[in-house]
Design a protein around this ligand. Structure first.
Ligand code: G6Q
Length: 546
């Protein structure tokens, strides 16, 4: 496709890079009073300012050419049409159907998937309302107010991130908990806090075969049965899955099962039944608002030209750094405490989708694909890894996300928060020269010797890229837009790299490896086929646990 056997647009970009790479953003700002305006896009209440990136018109036009060459518009249409773009698993990728608010049908194998999606949404609506109103109660008749989601990966990160992001919208008497890790601590810490009579367990697993989730669910089931008896299970356990058979085998009545389908990838599933805990916490109306927000972004993504398309622009910036500047990392820093889990969520979305090395043409790629993503909530991270982002030898492009209005407007908190995020972006871009340090220190009456000793340490190279995403307020609608924006960004990058963003054989491989070692640890099997490190670690740990 490209890489070693480079395409025209790719070669052109290499050439553009050669001439542009040393350009300083502060010079571009100085020479163009309209730069911010030129590189800002807005969709409803979300504004994306990408002017503090190492780009100019020439660079962007070459990047748009690459997107055109890769047929991005056509590929977007393919996804929305229900084509089986997940070729290695022979599946469509239809998370967009889950939030399709139009009357338009979407076909897979000639069958419209919308009726089943809408039927499940209706069932979710009824169930979540019945819980919130205390109509569906626990076995002893008490209202179910402790909602525990048991799931991992895609069946945990999305629901956990969204419920945390929308904490402000929770019903007053509802408490949400998440059990994901197989570490017994994960279960123990939650079970210690809740009362069986008022607890609903939601077992969320697409396959219903994931060892962590099933083990955690079994432990919780036993805890409940010990307290209330076997008959209580039907009133305290529901399942979210694509696998009816396994749900029944586990002992959850399939009447209490909320279905989704194989065309919904785990990391794209929070819009489906997997979002049940969200609907219970914030109410179905708000859940629906989130779907509407995502739909607004979907519509924008589908209909806007490349130049005005927010996810496309974000994707192209990532390609520019990853494949031309050889910067294979980026950070997402939400300046909002409620969004603290967003980086972890995006880490899965991005790294599981585009952490691939084989192209759709069944060839090993000879170019970089998905970058390493990390992040955390600001301002906290300014006091930890931001040192490296400001002065380290690694360049880390950053996405800053900031709501203009907080759900907790207390005194000057929000203004101080906003001042911090804007200061970071400006400082990263401008930097500070040794001359500027010199002047500053002279003004502070420092000695020549002192200035010479410290000026290098106190200077900043600058020209460090960032994108600032301002959201009016983190409400369900805007959050839906924001998440969909990142989903589509990842999609576009996958298409440019010509990889399948919708499979995850690496995740499945780890699941299998564990099942091989487990019986050895339990002493039921001996196996001599490991490398010597693994074998001696097994032996060492078994000795300690004797
Ligand atoms: C997501 C991945 C992975 C998956 C978990 C849990 O896209 O496939 O994170 O969600 O491994 O799988 P189950 O939902 O099947 O338990």
């Amino acid at each position: 496709m490209f890489g070693k056997s480079k395409t025209k647009a790719w070669k052109h970009l290499e050439n553009v890079y050669k001439h542009f790479s040393e350009t300083q953003m502060k010079d571009l700002f100085a020479s163009d009073a309209h730069r911010a305006e030129k590189y800002t896009l807005q969709l409803e209440n979300i504004l994306v300012d990408f002017s503090k990136n190492r780009i100019d018109e020439n660079v962007m036009s070459a990047l748009y050419d690459l997107a055109r060459e890769r047929g991005i518009k056509e590929k977007i249409s393919e996804m929305f049409s229900g084509k089986k773009i997940n070729t290695t698993e022979n599946r469509a990728a239809l998370h967009i159907a889950l939030r399709n608010r139009s009357d338009k049908p979407i076909y897979v194998d000639g069958r419209d998937v919308m009726p089943q999606i809408n039927a499940t949404l209706e069932k979710m609506k009824n169930f979540s309302e019945a819980i919130r109103l205390g109509i569906f109660t626990g076995y002893t008749g008490k209202k179910l107010t402790n909602i525990v989601n048991i799931g991992i990966g895609g069946s945990d990160l999305g629901p956990c991130m969204v419920t945390s992001a929308l904490r402000h919208y929770w019903a007053k008497d509802i408490r949400c908990y998440f059990i994901s890790n197989i570490d017994g601590t994960s279960c123990a810490e939650v079970l210690n806090k809740i009362d069986p009579e008022t607890t609903l367990f939601i077992v969320a697993s697409k396959t219903f075969t994931t060892i962590e989730t099933l083990t955690n669910a079994k432990t919780c089931r036993k805890w409940l049965v010990d307290a209330l008896g076997e008959h209580a299970v039907a009133k305290h356990f529901i399942a979210l899955s694509t696998n009816k058979e396994e749900v029944a085998k586990f002992g959850i009545n399939t009447d209490n099962m909320f279905e989704f389908w194989d065309f919904v990838g785990g990391r794209y599933s929070l819009w489906s039944a997997i979002g049940m805990i969200i609907a219970i916490a914030i109410g179905y109306k708000n859940f629906e608002r989130m779907l509407e927000g995502a739909y607004a972004m979907d519509t924008h993504f589908q209909n806007s030209d490349l130049e005005h398309n927010i996810p496309v622009n974000l994707a192209l910036l990532g390609i520019w750094y990853n494949n031309f500047y050889n910067i294979h990392r980026y950070a997402v820093i939400p300046y909002d405490q409620y969004l603290q889990y967003l980086p972890a969520y995006l880490q899965q979305l991005d790294m599981e989708s585009n952490g691939k090395s084989v192209s759709l043409d069944n060839k090993y790629v000879d170019y970089a694909t998905g970058p390493v993503l990390f992040g955390g909530a600001g301002t906290n991270v300014q006091h930890s890894f931001f040192q490296l982002i400001h002065q380290g030898t690694e360049i880390v492009p950053v996405d800053f996300i900031i709501p203009a209005i907080s759900h907790n407007e207390i005194g000057a908190h929000q203004q101080i928060l906003i001042a911090n995020v804007l200061a970071q972006g400006e400082a990263l871009m401008l930097g500070k020269t040794e001359e500027e340090v010199n002047e500053e220190m002279e003004a502070a009456a420092k000695s020549k010797a002192e200035i010479n000793r410290l000026k290098k340490y106190r200077s900043f190279s600058g020209n460090r890229p960032s994108t600032t995403i301002v959201c009016k307020k983190i409400d369900p609608y805007n959050l839906g837009m924001l998440i969909a924006m990142y989903e589509h960004k990842v999609f576009v990058q996958g298409k440019i790299w010509n990889i399948n963003s919708f499979d995850q054989f690496g995740v499945e491989y780890s699941k299998k490896l564990t099942l091989k070692i487990l019986p050895e640890l339990q002493g039921t099997v001996t196996n001599n086929s490991h490398d010597s490190s693994t074998s001696s670690l097994i032996k060492h740990i078994k000795n300690i646990r004797k």
